[in-house]
Design a protein around this ligand. Structure first.
Ligand code: ADP
Ligand code: MG
Length: 398
């Protein structure tokens, strides 16, 4: 599907996205830059992506009429959040290319399936040797709760479905706290993961085409605060090279194992296992561009959103080249409030005066603590300089 073309009815080549959040908005920008028309399905009339798209279809994700409209005006469909019902993607796939596909999204929606997929990928491929999941148990019944091995405590209880940004998770120290936490989560299917001694966290983003070609970005080093991504750092030496190579190979294996098409992000923990550099543990995957990949828009010659466009439309997949070290700071709604809790406008004058500062705001007018409002990427000629400017930016925004 080439951009700038029209079909027999005169309709311009159009790419559609399920979901109208900031990831959808940045996808729309990338698609439009290449000359595509865009369509967004999101029930919110003020959705960040809907506001900038050629077409916004304000229907729910399973609404037959909305899905039919979307299918009618698009040449290919992607998704920007993983909780879009897999059945909706299946319906769309009956009439046009959908990437990623319903099966891959369904795996990412369920931590239990996700862990099985990681384990199966590891078993199939020697590449993932030494990359395992955190020790865990499925808790979907009172019997399974009783049978939890003591070795998994202290641990983190996570709902199998619908969790994100640390939501749907509770830390538990002992069997009593575990039982209380599971009751508080109303007995839905969960996984209990052993609490691991994290040295660091990283993620890898790959893009895989319909033909199986796969390209990847270098591993991103991520800092989370209260379960939400706060900072991503990407430059040569951000993690030991051997671990970086292993994380990248593991991510490619995970994508290949299910014939994935589109952009995929896999999150890893780096844990202290007594060895010199530590060991990699695979955490979860996102079937879409990822917050930790936003720096690619400013620090790489193709961004994760460009690659999503290329992959879904069947265009060639260029191997990305990072041309600058980068540090990304997430801008949560908290930045819009001062220490006393009073609303304020962040000092954009000072932020925008910083060298190599790239400000991205998502068009959300209602700032709330914890809400992702935008991000700031710092690029520069060398790592030390980028780190210094990032510290200045953090001080201005604190
Ligand atoms: P979400 O879907 O909310 O991103 P994650 O499973 O990625 O859920 O957990 C969010 C964060 O919580 C992780 O980035 C990490 O900082 C912390 N965390 C999650 N699982 C563990 C674990 N088993 N041990 C230690 N920390 C963890
Ligand atoms: Mg996560």
């Amino acid at each position: 599907i080439f951009p700038g073309t029209v079909d027999a009815t005169g309709r311009p080549a159009t790419l559609g996205v399920m979901g109208g959040g900031q990831l959808g908005r940045m996808f729309v920008h990338a698609a439009q830059r290449l000359g595509y028309f865009t369509a967004v399905l999101d029930p919110d009339p003020q959705s960040p992506a809907g506001l900038v798209s050629h077409h916004h279809i304000p229907f729910g994700y399973t609404d037959k009429q909305g899905l039919a409209q979307l299918a009618g005006m698009c040449d290919a469909i992607t998704t920007e959040f993983e909780n879009v019902p897999a059945s909706a993607l299946q319906t769309l796939a009956e009439s046009l290319p959908v990437a990623p596909g319903a099966a891959a999204v369904a795996i990412a929606q369920d931590r239990i399936q996700e862990k099985s997929h990681f384990t199966a990928s590891a078993a199939e491929s020697g590449v993932m040797a030494g990359v395992s999941c955190a020790p865990y148990a499925v808790i979907a019944s009172p019997d399974q709760l009783q049978a939890v091995p003591a070795g998994l405590l202290p641990g983190i209880l996570k709902t199998a479905r619908m969790g994100y940004d640390g939501k749907g998770q509770m830390r538990v120290n002992n069997a009593a706290e575990l039982a209380a936490a599971w009751a508080e989560l109303e007995g839905v299917a969960c996984v209990l993961e052993k609490l691991l001694p994290l040295k660091a966290e990283c993620s890898v983003i790959v893009a895989r085409g319909w033909d199986g070609r796969i390209v990847s970005f270098p591993p991103q080093l991520n800092v989370h605060v209260d379960g939400i991504l706060a900072v991503t750092e990407v430059y040569e030496g951000n993690m030991p090279p051997a671990l970086a190579a292993r994380a990248q190979a593991a991510t490619e294996t995970i994508a290949n194992h299910i014939g994935y098409v589109g952009v995929l992000c896999v999150e890893f923990f780096l844990i202290d296992d007594g060895s010199e550099h530590g060991a990699l543990v695979v955490n979860e995957m996102a079937p879409r561009p990822h917050n930790s990949g936003h720096y690619t828009m400013d620090a790489c010659d193709v961004s994760q959103f460009d690659l999503q466009v290329h992959a879904m439309a069947g265009l060639p997949l260029p191997a990305p080249r990072q041309h600058s070290p980068a540090i990304m700071l997430n801008l949560l709604g908290d930045v819009w409030f001062d220490a006393q809790g009073d609303a304020r406008t962040p000092d954009w004058q000072a932020v925008l005066a910083l060298p190599g500062a790239h400000l991205h705001l998502y068009g959300k007018t209602d700032a709330r603590p914890g809400r992702k409002m935008g991000h700031l990427t710092i690029t520069g000629a060398d790592v030390a300089g980028v780190k210094a400017v990032a510290r200045q930016a953090a001080a201005i925004l604190s």
